[in-house]
Design a protein. Structure first.
Lengths: 356, 356
């Protein structure tokens, strides 16, 4: 083993107390469909709010999407532009945020290969997130692609390649971050270095918006999502058709607020909390019709979505420019990942032609 | 799905009957120790004989060696030079053969990531070669590194990145080639192309030399190997100590030739087959001492090893030059793999900035 390869410089001098401006966020999405209100509430809003304070990398996880879409790469290709438009529309600013495509940062694949050796197969297969997602996708034991089983390790590569301190995730993704932390510790211990940085999971307040059908999760494939690019008409129609309290049959009946998606959305978007409290109390004691509540939600939501949609349409006029933004971001991301890889290879003593 | 991405050009016009000179061999070794007579008989001799006829890539599989040596990268680093010296000593000629380091061809990692999605985890775990090797290494179900389970997929990436037609392997490795063929077919079918080329296993006549202890396999770690760099003294001592027929106690006793490693080595190295036949008959009927047979083996073996050792010592005088040979070979290998990756990404429709 060699002497400690220090990375203090990268981390701004002191390893234990980096200032907030030097902290790094990695986040991203699988480009398998347009983004929706669930993404907006769960992560996009937070990214916009934090992008000036943190160095932010936003990854379009096309390679990860391929782990369970290997036979449908066109879906991924088409959604690269759609997702980028969503990013720009909500206010993710390329001046502050590096937007990049995962598969083009080939250092991530290389890093994954090294990490695969540091985690036992039993350990990945026990990962609760992977187990849940295997179940969700209806894979039988025989049919899970190897890449799908390995994707938490690949995700650890994504996070650590950028030395991210903070990874904003839903609570269901916490085991993934725990695995990344384990890999960081194993790597630094095995190669007697401090090259890799331990990430922390950043949980947002409202981690998950229910679907318009009251289902547990908003998802395009379940058909219960309001997309960020939906027109006024479509948003109105979707709100009109929303699930509410099934026992709230007549206006005068008392209604339930908990588990009622209309109120969940109002909680997420209505800035007038006092007025919302009054509305909830009225709904609970009866006398407030779903139509009235939905009208309020429509107003609130369109106020939020109208400027987003306007910006989206503006950016959509010049797709080549959007692709240039991604291409530029990908270059920046590659440079950052290449620097980490250089340190990784040095620590592993496989930098055959570069050291000494 | 897009139109067929043809690779006819790479294959020299006709896909079905490429001429022999255009055929490509991929072979290699894990750089975990100096090479020995087992490697020489099993593959090195064949590589030298074929290198003018085939386009040959010889890979130092450091990344593969890391799959079960993650905590000992120094062993790999040190053996890169040793193995390269062995290659040059036996007559592998950089003019005809591309010698390269696996981990530096990062396209191989990238390709592995895509192939991981095309093979189920059940399929890799059922691979007989992997199962055997897991047993050999004494891994329990809990302790197998994920990278070790995945290495047949990584090997398929190595083979196909160079569009190898022929992969010289021992019979125990045939299931690995079968998996590579499966991946080629799945890829070409899934992405409606003929980018990848199906490899064939090339089995050599004498696939495996027994150890000097009569053990089933010559292996440095078992201490029963004669290394290509061993001095005359060491070779003489190792032959003197070789296992023969344990029932051949006195010179006049009849002896057994089968399973007697001294005769196995003579079979592999003695060019005078008639003389060898006479020797065997004499040994069988009794009256021929082990000392005489071992003397013959020493002569035969030193005649083969002396020039190899001399060349090895010559090359060892200038290690920087050897490293330059590897560096140059690695550049050539990267260019070949990068071309395949370009076609792969195009077929997969993830060449976002290059097509259209």
């Amino acid at each position: 083993m060699t002497s400690k390869a220090t990375t203090a410089k990268q981390q701004g001098g002191s390893k234990d107390s980096p200032t907030k401006t030097q902290q790094i966020i990695l986040t991203g999405d699988r480009p398998t469909g347009p983004l929706h209100l669930g993404h907006y509430v769960g992560s996009l809003r937070q990214r916009v709010a934090l992008q000036k304070e943190y160095k932010t990398f936003v990854m379009m996880a096309d390679a990860q999407a391929l782990t369970d879409n290997a036979n449908n790469p066109d879906k991924i290709r088409q959604n690269i532009l759609e997702v980028a438009l969503d990013y720009l529309a909500v206010g993710i600013d390329p001046k502050h945020t590096t937007i990049f495509i995962q598969s083009l940062v080939t250092e991530l694949a290389e890093l994954t290969m090294y990490y695969l050796n540091l985690v036992t197969i039993a350990r990945v297969q026990r990962n609760p997130t992977v187990k849940d997602e295997i179940k969700q996708r209806g894979y039988s034991g025989e049919s899970v692609p190897t890449g799908f089983v390995c994707y938490p390790i690949s995700q650890a590569a994504d996070i650590t390649a950028f030395k991210a301190n903070l990874v904003p995730v839903g609570s269901d993704q916490v085991p993934m971050i725990e695995l990344a932390v384990e890999i960081v510790r194993t790597f630094n211990r095995t190669y007697n270095c401090d090259v890799l940085v331990e990430p922390k999971a950043g949980l947002s307040d409202i981690t998950r918006l229910p679907g318009t059908d009251g289902g547990g999760k908003m998802s395009k494939s379940l058909g219960n999502a309001i997309s960020l690019g939906d027109s006024t008409d479509v948003v109105q129609k979707k709100i009109k058709g929303m699930y509410t309290d099934p026992n709230h049959l007549r206006v005068e009946d008392p209604g339930t607020v908990e588990g009622n998606p209309v109120f969940a959305y109002l909680d997420a978007f209505d800035k007038d909390k006092k007025e919302l409290q009054t509305l909830k109390e009225h709904y609970r004691r009866g006398g407030l019709g779903d139509t009235v509540v939905k009208k309020r939600l429509t107003e609130v939501l369109l106020a939020e979505l109208d400027p987003i949609r306007a910006r989206r349409e503006e950016f959509a006029k010049d797709p080549a420019q959007v692709m240039r933004i991604i291409e530029e971001g990908t270059k920046v991301a590659r440079a950052a990942a290449a620097q980490t890889l250089k340190e990784v290879r040095q620590a592993m003593r496989i930098d055959y032609f570069e050291s000494r």
